[in-house]
Write a protein that binds this ligand. Structure first.
Ligand SMILES: Cc1ncc(COP(=O)(O)O)c(C=O)c1O
Length: 366
């Protein structure tokens, strides 16, 4: 892919396989941030050109974000600090009218940021939180979800995909079950966002939350709230320069296109799956059709952090640990978590081969 030249950080020798923790940023995004601060920096609400231009940045970014999310209207887009704080704010609103004994469902595949808001609300309001587990294949147990729903279920919180092991969730199936019970379908889109379209309205999701630093933008959060909510949940002055950067990141994604991203990531992911050396254990679904190109691996007898250090010493940036997704690592019997190798569309087949070679050396050369 020709996109790499757009990313100044990718000119460094380090192989960046830490995308699930945060992606790198293309030059147009960097330019948009500096451009905003250089030529339009002002607060909204005044009559001079800089202030009007700032209002235009916010409006344009909201429109583009609505398209990115698959929302029906820009008014359904909420900007915030990051995914976690948006989830806390929105969950407060969603639980306002709940009564003791009402139920919220979360899943073993959720990041803490889509669990803690609900356990906190449950403590405050006397709600019951139920957790839906996974099968031996790490797929979400949809039969258990169907069985757990009741006329007290108000919210079903779930991720589009898990950030620790890459396993994807059948969003349409979860939404269908949630709505059948009269509950809100509350999605964490964060891990999925750089990989494929969210299609929130088409899938029927009620709330979806993510963070632009995972999809080539700056550090700013965004959420979809079905039915419109923008002004209601945005408190104080927005991060205008980050919204300018987000706007450029969305243009960048448009210029590459989801089809090209999916095709390239599938190729990289399959190449990696085919090349995992003997001795290593892969956790998560072994088929690219039901996962992102984020792979959790373990090597018996080795701590994930020492494995990541060994890779770092060879110029390969990869994560290690539980990635705030402790429930899934507990469920698969890895209390210390795993080594996480994550590919984004800016990675290359050579980089896949390089990490496979490094893994081979660590497991003894097979
Ligand atoms: C799946 C998932 N959800 C939520 C978050 C939290 O995002 P933020 O850092 O924007 O709060 C992350 C961050 O890694 C994540 O991977």
């Amino acid at each position: 892919m020709k996109v790499r030249a757009l990313f100044p950080a990718l000119a460094e020798a380090t192989v960046r396989l830490d995308g699930p923790a945060g992606s790198q940023t293309p030059q147009p995004v960097l330019d948009a941030i500096t451009g905003y601060l250089t030529t339009r920096n002002a607060n909204m609400g005044a009559v001079f050109s800089h202030s009007l231009a700032t209002a235009e940045v916010v409006a344009q970014t909201r429109t583009k974000a609505a398209r990115f999310l698959g929302a029906s209207s820009p008014e359904e887009v909420v900007f915030g600090l990051n995914a976690t704080s948006l989830n806390l704010t929105l969950s407060r609103w969603a639980t306002q009218a709940l009564r003791p004994g009402d139920e919220v469902i979360v899943t073993t595949l959720d990041h803490d940021s889509n669990i803690a808001p609900w356990t906190q609300a449950a403590e405050d309001l006397g709600l019951t939180v139920r957790t839906i587990g996974i099968g031996a294949d790490t797929r979400l147990d949809l039969a258990a979800l169907a069985a757990a729903l009741s006329d007290r279920t108000r919210i079903v919180a779930f991720p589009y995909a898990n950030n620790g092991i890459g396993t994807a969730v059948d969003v349409a199936a979860v939404v269908e079950l949630a709505h059948r019970a009269g509950a809100l379908a509350w999605a964490d889109l964060t891990h999925w966002a750089p990989h494929a379209p969210a299609q929130v309205a088409a899938l029927g999701v009620d709330v979806a939350i993510c963070s632009a630093y995972k999809f080539f933008g700056p550090h700013v959060g965004l959420a979809y709230v079905r039915g419109g909510a923008a002004g209601r949940f945005e408190h104080g002055t927005l991060p205008f320069e980050s919204l300018a950067g987000l706007s450029a990141a969305l243009d960048y994604l448009d210029s590459v296109g989801w089809a090209a991203i999916a095709a390239h990531e599938t190729q990289l992911g399959q190449r990696f799956l085919d090349g995992i050396p003997e001795g290593w254990r892969l956790h998560g679904v072994p088929a690219m059709s039901e996962r992102t190109a984020t792979f959790a691996l373990s090597l018996p007898g080795h701590h994930p952090v020492s494995l990541a250090k060994a890779l770092a010493a060879q110029g390969i940036a990869a994560g290690a640990g539980r990635f705030h997704s402790g429930s899934v690592f507990d469920a698969i019997g890895l209390p210390d978590g795993a080594l996480r190798i994550g590919f984004l569309h800016y990675n290359t087949a050579d980089e896949v081969d390089r990490v496979i070679g490094a893994l081979k050396a660590l497991s003894g050369g097979k």
